[in-house]
Design a binder for this molecule. Structure first.
Ligand code: C2E
Ligand code: MG
Ligand code: MG
Ligand code: MG
Length: 272
């Protein structure tokens, strides 16, 4: 019994430490924007037909003086809890558009949106502002959303998607296949692009189920007139399969990891 209680206490202490770390990060996040600690890295999207870079996805990084580089999976959820993601998201949009305006005209930029940004009415304004202050052609901006934005057929969010589309930007469904009703969501909004999640790539070329799903999505994109992209391509075997299945575009370490803004221009030029 006494060891049981001891175990409980250790658990309690661990929980407490975790909560404290969480709190600490929350506080550090509050100042990160003002202190210019965020940066965007860019990962190329490659057209399988031309083998050229057709776009780059902006991926958020937090360079904290104490902890070094922090991945978005560690801090985006915390920024979402506090709605800080709204201000950070605004910065991301402005920064990504400003950067992309320097790239060749056939190269677009993809920006990830958090579902929390949809709760705030200023999302459409933030996108419009980013476009007008950068001068970027709206057709060169792609907004990536995940299925959670459409959860419960959220009417408000669907309206926001239409408003965003009216600005002339493209809307992509990210991480396709990981939600519980991926196919259903394709009926709620006419997406310009589907991005298949890397979970379906990992066990290619041998995973029969993954192959069947990847094949079905390629066909779906074709019949719905959507661009099909697949992320997480790391090997030549995986590349050969998605090429054979007729995907339009790929993204993955096989071509490039996400790189700092200063490096992406030469990467794009190198692919011309
Ligand atoms: P995502 O939008 O699905 O981004 C793709 C993630 O896959 C990126 O991780 C990228 O580095 C990684 N990746 C790309 N190719 C490969 C590959 O070949 N192999 C493997 N193993 N991984 C690959 P990252 O940068 O850590 O971002 C993770 C997630 O964080 C993103 O998933 C997105 O949901 C979120 N995120 C990133 N940037 C932002 C942002 O600016 N705003 C918001 N709201 N979320 C963001
Ligand atoms: Mg994405
Ligand atoms: Mg994705
Ligand atoms: Mg993903």
């Amino acid at each position: 019994k006494s060891s049981g209680r001891g175990t409980y206490r250790r658990f309690d202490v661990a929980m407490h430490a975790q909560l404290q770390a969480h709190q600490k990060m929350k506080i550090a996040l509050r100042d990160a924007l003002e202190r210019n600690e965020f940066e965007l890295h860019y990962q190329p999207l490659i057209s399988l037909k031309s083998r050229r870079v057709t776009g780059c996805e902006a991926l958020l990084r937090w360079r904290n003086p104490e902890r070094g580089m922090i991945a978005p999976s560690e801090f985006v959820p915390i920024a979402e809890e506090t709605a800080l993601i709204v201000a950070i998201g605004k910065w991301i949009l402005a920064e990504a558009c400003r950067e992309a305006a320097q790239w060749p005209e056939h190269v677009s930029v993809a920006v990830n949106l958090s579902p929390v940004q949809f709760k705030h009415r200023n999302l459409v304004n933030a996108v419009a502002d980013a476009l007008s202050s950068s001068g970027l052609d709206p057709a060169r901006l792609q907004l990536e959303i995940t299925e959670s934005v459409l959860l419960d057929e959220n009417e408000h969010n669907i309206q926001v998607l239409h408003d965003l589309r009216s600005l002339g930007v493209k809307i992509a469904m990210d991480d396709f296949g990981t939600g519980y009703s991926s196919l259903g969501y394709l009926r709620t909004f006419p997406f310009d692009k589907i991005k298949v999640d890397q979970a379906f790539v990992r066990d290619l070329p041998h995973g029969k189920e993954s192959l069947a799903i990847v094949r079905a999505v390629a066909g779906l994109g074709q019949s719905l007139g959507m661009t099909t992209t697949i992320e997480g391509i790391e090997t030549e075997d995986q590349l050969a399969i998605v090429n054979a299945e007729g995907f339009h575009e790929v993204q993955g370490f096989i071509f490039s990891r996400p790189v700092p803004a200063a490096e992406i221009s030469s990467l794009i030029k190198g692919s011309l």
